[in-house]
Ligand binder design. Structure first.
Ligand SMILES: NC(=O)c1ccc[n+]([C@@H]2O[C@H](COP(=O)([O-])OP(=O)(O)OC[C@H]3O[C@@H](n4cnc5c(N)ncnc54)[C@H](OP(=O)(O)O)[C@@H]3O)[C@@H](O)[C@H]2O)c1
Length: 305
C-alpha cells in the first residue's frame, strides 16, 4: 500500500511517521513523506503531478497553513495551501482510484453552539484559516466523492513542533523567574488533542477502510474532556513542575478574549463530538489531562531550549 504524506515535518506529520505500521491488512506499507522542500503546497501543478507520479493508494494531507493570525493578512497563500492544494492532490488521485484523508479543523465552526459539534453540523468559519480549510474540505469531496475523508480535530499539540505546550513551558520558565503572572484566555472552550492519538486515528481509518468497513466521509476527533486555554496552561505548569522539567511554574491568571486581542477571531466554543469516530474505528480517546501528562513525561529539559 502506497501512502503519500504531506506536511511530514509538521507536528502531526512527525507522529504519523512515528506510528507507521509495517503492514495494513497483510499489505506492506510504503510511505512517501514529503516536506516543504520536496513539495510546495502552494504550487497546485506540482501537487497534482507528484500524485500522478507516485500513484499512492492514499494521500494523508497533514500539510496546511496553520498560522491562524497571520492568515488574516496572507489570504492568498493561505487559500493556495489550504484549499487549492487539497483540490490538486484530489485531482491527481481522481483518475486512478486513490483516496485522500484531508485533515481539517474545529475552526470551520463559529463557536456559537453550546453542545459538541457533530460532523454533519453546518460550517460557518470566522476567519481566513477556517474558511480556507472549509474550502479544502469541499474541494476534496467535489473531486473524489466517497473516496475523500475529512478528519476534523482541535487544539493540536505534540512532543515536537511549534505549539501551545512549548509556548507555555517557555512562558512558565520566563514568568516564574520574573515573578510575574501568566495571563491566559479562559472564555474559549475546546479540547486539546495530542498528535500521537490523532496519528493513530489516521492509521486506523486507513486500516478499517482497506478491510472494507463503511466509514463516514466526515469524522471528528479530539482527546476527551473540556478545557479553556487557561486550564491547559495551568495543567502544563503543574505537570512540568511535577516532572522536573521546570523548577517553578508561574501563577496563571484567567483573562477574557477581549483582553487579548488577536488578528483572527476564534470560536468561543469548539468541542468536537468524536463518538461516531469511536464507533467506526473501535477506539476511545484519552482524557486530555492524561494524554498531556503522558506526552510531557517523554520530554526532556533540552526540549525547552
Ligand atoms: N495545530 C492545530 O492546533 C490544529 C488544530 C486543528 C486542526 N489542525 C489541522 O491538523 C493538520 C496538521 O496540523 P499541525 O498542527 O501538524 O500543523 P503544523 O505543525 O503547522 O504542520 C503543518 C505542515 O505543513 C507544512 N506546510 C505549510 N505550508 C507549506 C507549503 N507551502 N508547502 C509545503 N508544506 C507546507 C509545514 O511545513 P514547515 O514545517 O516547513 O513549516 C508543516 O510541516 C492541519 O491540517 C491543520 O489544519 C491543526
Amino acid at each position: 500500500m502506497r501512502i503519500l504524506l504531506t506536511g511530514s515535518a509538521g507536528q502531526l506529520g512527525q507522529s504519523i511517521l512515528a506510528l507507521k505500521p509495517n503492514s495494513i491488512n497483510h499489505t506492506q506499507v510504503e510511505l512517501f513523506p514529503l516536506t516543504r522542500d520536496e513539495l510546495d503546497l502552494a504550487d497546485a501543478i506540482a501537487c497534482q503531478r507528484i500524485v500522478e507520479q507516485i500513484r499512492p493508494d492514499w494521500v494523508i494531507n497533514a500539510g496546511a497553513y496553520t498560522t491562524v493570525d497571520k492568515a488574516e493578512t496572507e489570504q492568498d497563500i493561505t487559500y493556495k495551501v489550504n484549499a487549492l492544494a487539497p483540490e490538486a492532490l484530489a485531482i491527481g488521485l481522481r483518475n486512478y482510484g486513490g483516496r485522500i484523508l484531508q485533515l481539517s479543523t474545529d475552526f470551520v465552526f463559529d463557536g456559537e453552539s453550546n453542545t459538541p459539534y457533530l460532523p454533519e453540523n453546518p460550517v460557518a468559519p470566522l476567519g481566513v484559516y477556517g474558511s480556507t480549510k472549509a474550502a479544502g474540505e469541499d474541494a476534496v469531496f467535489k473531486q473524489l466523492n466517497e473516496r475523500a475523508h475529512v478528519l476534523r480535530t482541535s487544539w493540536v499539540y505534540g512532543p515536537a513542533g511549534k505549539n501551545f505546550l512549548f509556548t507555555m513551558l517557555k512562558l512558565h520558565l520566563l514568568k516564574s523567574s520574573l515573578q510575574e503572572p501568566l495571563r491566559v484566555v479562559s472564555d474559549q472552550l475546546g479540547c486539546p488533542t495530542n498528535t500521537l492519538g490523532l496519528a493513530n486515528v489516521c492509521w486506523k481509518l486507513i486500516e478499517r477502510k482497506s478491510k472494507g468497513f463503511e466509514i463516514a466521509q466526515i469524522l471528528h476527533w479530539s482527546d476527551s474532556g473540556i478545557a479553556s486555554w487557561y486550564d491547559f496552561a495551568v495543567a502544563i505548569g503543574e505537570f512540568a513542575k511535577d516532572l522536573g522539567l521546570i523548577n517553578n511554574s508561574a501563577k496563571v491568571l484567567p483573562i477574557k478574549t477581549a483582553d487579548y486581542p488577536t488578528m483572527a477571531k476564534r470560536p468561543r466554543y469548539s468541542l468536537l463530538d468524536s463518538s461516531a469516530t469511536c464507533s467506526a474505528l473501535g477506539i476511545e480517546p484519552e482524557h486530555w489531562r492524561k494524554a498531556l501528562f503522558s506526552v510531557m513525561s517523554d520530554l526532556k529539559t533540552s526540549n525547552l531550549a
